[in-house]
Design a protein around this ligand. Sequence first.
Ligand SMILES: [Zn+2]
Ligand SMILES: [Zn+2]
Length: 161
Amino acid sequence: MPLNQQPERYHQRVCENGHQITPRIELTSDNSKFCEKCGASVIEQCRNCEALIPGAHPGVIEPLGSIPVPSYCNQCGKAYPWTSKKIEKIKNAVWNSRELKKRDKTQIKNALEQLNRGEITDEKQITIFTEFRKLAPKLWSIVQPIFSDILASVIKKEIGL
Ligand SMILES: [Zn+2]
Ligand SMILES: [Zn+2]
């Protein structure tokens, strides 16, 4: 590809479980439909708005495996399938918890569903997840690594992750 045709950003292909297939679609002829690691379908677009998944930055030398797989679409805010699966895991854990009252479970579940759809404000995430941490410390310690994976760094900082 001539230098003047270099894209601003390469795009990546990822399996539904979040395994990165290639961080630079534009530079590969590989067209795998399924993941070699787990057999899940491979996607290269947001299912909601069809935007391509941002990958490597051209002209930047990045060590192999260091290009992050994003959690949410940067065009519509919706969670990618691998993130939705993690959100679903937290939702199930919340639902089965004995530490939380029905009312709190419903509130956390609603917030997680909004997070999945990209329809929740930072403030609301901070309020509800801080409350979650306070009300159900045992469960929180179990789901903490998953939250750590899927929440934006500003929110993690606020809720002490
Ligand atoms: Zn996979
Ligand atoms: Zn999207």
